[in-house]
Ligand binder design. Structure first.
Ligand code: URP
Ligand code: ZN
Ligand code: ZN
Ligand code: ZN
Length: 460
């Protein structure tokens, strides 16, 4: 049956206007007014914004990490994402040295299959470049539509790759139309500082931040940007946290390099002092890179506003406080890194960004959806509302106020890093390819209805 979203205000990265949206077979087929409503399901959007579905370019669902596995999997994670207004996630597919890439991709397909209630794709982690990888990689890019490759410059002896691997990944990405992503921190120096801190008996969560200073993020970001220029390739820096890294990205862009950056709500809104909360509660705020001194937040907002940073990812990587974060009691280096953010990414950016006058409504849509669609080969199928697009649509009440809490969130993790925070605005209903996933704030989707999306190559 055709659906008509009627009476709302359509907001895209470029426009804002009142019109109705006609949906047929999961696709937007017309936008206008005074449609014939016979045989059409009419959905009232009076007083609501009609946004393109959020695209979360950075999630870790069902991922083994830090001696445990993330609490949220594709079932709980995508359901929570939908409640929060996100209709597509791009998750990180881990690979294992010496094993075929396709085996890793199949493992990730298996994690998502039958569980995802919204659409998804994968980024592929690259930890080594050898003849086998060079032979397989173009096939994975072509056949799976996995057009983004992630290299970790940190997590020594776990995920970290060396500069030769990074550089060769950049060269290969240029040849085959992929975007290289980096976790930019200097893992070698972090290992040294961590060992020093532990040897001195400094084991509390705050030392996680103190052993990963902003200089090491700035250095790695700059290094990756220079290597990108040398390889004539393209780079996306995930989870940018600080002025040092922003400076490197802005300088690279100024020179005309294809360098892009993402930040996350936690870096815009929380700061290093959270790691000092008593009773080990600081462990809830352990991310890598770490939360920074508060003054960095304004630098990040300004970088978003001026276009030096383009996207907002959640870096969803959730662990329970009880039993998981607690693995690091007495040794901060054993605290699993990450937090539950997938559900609140969209609302936090709206409330703290738009409502507080830091970004415009169009910039909000651009950062939460459109830019990720463009960079990761989903546009124009996703990332905007126009004739021919997937009907991934969020009906958003801009006035309602609510308080974020683990008691009411839909993520599986037992705490919320934004507990008690008041936000303005909330998704009322969410459609994925024309089907309701959330209707009047109730989940009506089904695990398994989310589709794997093959993405286009990086457009340069
Ligand atoms: O602390 C974080 N960011 N956890 C997730 C893994 C990563 O580095 O993105
Ligand atoms: Zn496959
Ligand atoms: Zn990372
Ligand atoms: Zn991450």
């Amino acid at each position: 049956m055709k659906k008509l979203i009627k009476g709302g205000t359509i907001v895209t990265a470029a426009d804002m206007y009142q019109a109705d949206v006609l949906i047929e077979n999961g696709i937007v087929t017309a936008i206008g007014t005074a449609f014939d409503e016979t045989g059409v399901e009419v959905i009232s959007a009076d007083g609501l914004y009609v946004f393109p579905g959020g695209i979360d370019p950075h999630t870790h669902l069902d991922m083994p990490f830090g001696g445990t596995t993330t609490k949220d999997d594709f079932r709980t994670g995508t359901k929570a994402a939908a409640f929060g207004g996100t209709t597509t996630v791009i998750d990180f597919c881990l690979t294992t040295k010496g094993r075929p890439l396709k085996e890793a991709v199949e493992t990730w397909h298996e994690k998502a299959r039958g569980k995802a209630s919204i659409d998804y794709s994968f980024h592929l982690m690259i930890s080594e470049i050898n003849d086998d990888v060079l032979e397989e990689l173009p096939q994975v890019i072509e056949e799976e539509g996995i057009t983004s490759l992630k290299v970790f410059m940190a997590y020594k002896n776990v995920f970290q790759a060396d500069d030769s691997t990074l550089f060769r990944t950049m060269v290969t990405a240029r040849e085959h139309g992929a975007l290289v992503m980096v976790h930019a921190e200097n893992g070698d120096v972090i290992e040294y500082l961590t060992n020093e801190a532990l040897a001195a008996g400094n084991t509390d969560p705050i030392y996680h931040a103190l052993t990963r200073p902003a200089e090491l993020e700035g250095e790695a970001t700059g290094r990756a940007a220079y290597l990108t220029a040398l390889a004539d390739s393209q780079l996306y820096v995930v989870h940018v946290t600080c002025a040092e890294a922003v400076k490197q990205i802005a300088a690279a862009r100024q020179k005309g390099y294809r360098v892009f950056g993402e930040t996350c709500p936690q870096y815009l809104l929380l700061d290093q002092s959270y790691l000092e909360k008593p009773d080990f509660e600081g462990a809830k705020y352990v991310w890598s890179p770490p939360l920074r001194e508060k003054w960095n937040q304004e630098e990040l907002w300004n970088a978003l506003k001026s276009g030096q940073l383009q996207t907002i990812g959640s870096d969803q990587c959730s662990f329970d406080f009880k039993g998981q974060k607690e693995l690091g009691r007495g040794d901060f280096s054993k605290i699993p890194n990450g937090g539950p953010i997938i559900e609140d990414r969209f609302s936090l950016l709206y409330s703290e960004g738009v409502c507080k006058g830091r970004i415009t409504l169009n910039q909000f849509v651009d950062m939460i959806s459109t830019q990720s669609a463009k960079l990761f080969g989903l546009f124009p199928k996703k990332g905007t509302i126009a004739v021919g697009c997937d009907a991934d649509i969020v009906l958003f009440d801009p006035k309602v106020e609510r308080t974020i809490s683990a008691k009411t969130h839909h993520m599986a993790a037992d705490y919320n890093p934004f507990e008690g925070m008041k936000v303005t605005g909330e998704p009322v209903s969410v459609l994925s390819r024309g089907n309701f996933v959330v209707k009047d704030k109730q989940f009506v989707g089904s695990s398994g209805s989310g589709q794997f999306i093959k993405r286009n190559k990086f457009l340069r």
